[in-house]
Write a protein that binds this ligand. Sequence first.
Ligand SMILES: Cc1cc2nc3c(=O)[nH]c(=O)nc-3n(C[C@H](O)[C@H](O)[C@H](O)COP(=O)(O)OP(=O)(O)OC[C@H]3O[C@@H](n4cnc5c(N)ncnc54)[C@H](O)[C@@H]3O)c2cc1C
Length: 495
Amino acid sequence: MKNTVKDVVVLGGGTAGWISAALLKKVLGKAINLTLIESEDIGTVGVGEATIPPIQVMNNLLGFSEAEFLKKTKATIKLGINFENWYEEGHAYFHSFGIPGKDSLVCQFHHYLKKSRALGNDTNLSDYDLNYLCAMQGKFAKINSKDPLQTLPYAYHFDATLYAAFLRELCEQNGVTRIEGKVDNVVKGEEQNTVKSVQLANGKVISGDLFIDCTGFKGMLIEETLNTGYDDWSHYLPCDSAVAMPSARGETIPPYTRSIAHEAGWRWQIPLQHRNGNGVVYCSQFMDGQKAEDILQQAVGVNALAEPKHIKFTTGQRKRSWHGNVVAVGLSSGFLEPLESTSIHMIQSAILRLVQVFPHEGISDAAINEYNQKTRIEAEQIRDFLMLHYVVHSPNKQGEFWQAMREISLPERLAHKIEIFKAGGLVFKEQDDLFNQNSWIQVMLGQGIEPKDYHPVVNSIPDAQLLSMIQGIHTLKHQVLAQLPSHDKFISSVC
Ligand SMILES: Cc1cc2nc3c(=O)[nH]c(=O)nc-3n(C[C@H](O)[C@H](O)[C@H](O)COP(=O)(O)OP(=O)(O)OC[C@H]3O[C@@H](n4cnc5c(N)ncnc54)[C@H](O)[C@@H]3O)c2cc1C
């Protein structure tokens, strides 16, 4: 496509639409004219409240202060996710954004811990993780330390509707034109696989050189207009439904997300300043909507603040997220269940990827292919990490759903990762993998994959010295913990 790309149209004003508009306008400035169209009548999916640490990179890039963000979006701190009943009933493990213990140049801390356990130390990996310790005691402060033993990496929980409104304000200040209205007709371009313009119900026509499709699951441009196709990954991640409902929050605000397994999926609890977000994710082959709603009602009790909202989805990925002059971002590009809160991050990384290859004097196939390949790899790596939570668990975990999950055939890369960890506790980070070794280790161990061996470098340290080193790390982490204020205090001091 030879045309200069000047007029960019974002269709959709959910989290994806407003993040796309804010980032594109911030980075490309006057190089583009940006119009966003949204329909209040159609509304947004209305969920998506937990994030991962790279959101700080985006917020910094957009140029607002953390205090302003926390206030305006009623956000709280997230130090990780507590996975309850996943391995078996009554068991819990924490996937932390921090680093448990201290890794050496050759291998991670869990190798040292494994040997120390054989020597009588009966602690767990989480006991050496400041994020976990703070989460369980409801503590938080921003720590400015270069010492890896004293860091406290974090993300946020926030109200997604308030976040979109906050970004809208920013966008309008930066010159984004917002149009309210429902698009009911799409005019295709002369060149194959292109969109020329969209037409609103009131007859207004908006033309563009590049369209960002943020219309949610339906993908009005990428799918309904260009018929791009979708790779269904339900055979890997079969949960296909959710029911969500906000509730009054408790007296204190825990700085972590809860993920609680149930008989055919799991339930989330996300604490915000003014309420909790709650929901049940389930597989409709093993549970009906009424049962899922009952699980949610039972958990929320009299604290419910609204009627339950049911959502259907198909896990998978658009065959090409960028097709012709349409780039699908957000739910229109694909969906992976919110088990590790990755969707908002995928919006951010999609736009940053797009900016890197942004077409100026025309859209090239090379740029499209590069973008699509990277998008696909990112989604596959996240999919594999999510699958890890389901595929290995205690044989005591009963029920048809969990039995079916045990029988799922794994993607080759994931099967290899599990095998190499089982043998010697090894984990290697693949290029661009969103999750680092510590994430894989925590979930592997949490799901009950116990390595047969530890790295031989551990044997180079005499037993007494090893135990003393481990005890030293334990003591130091607890000393830091003791000095930190409560998360509630942190939030109230900022907000
Ligand atoms: C159950 C569930 C839980 C989730 N939890 C998390 C989480 O904890 N963390 C996380 O990162 N992500 C989460 N997500 C994902 C997250 O909600 C989405 O990635 C995010 O909200 C982006 O949605 P969206 O903007 O793509 O789509 P939507 O919110 O559906 O927005 C679509 C937009 O398109 C507009 N539109 C559609 N059709 C038209 C039309 N014809 N004319 C004009 N406008 C139109 C609508 O008005 C709306 O503004 C969750 C998703 C689900 C389903």
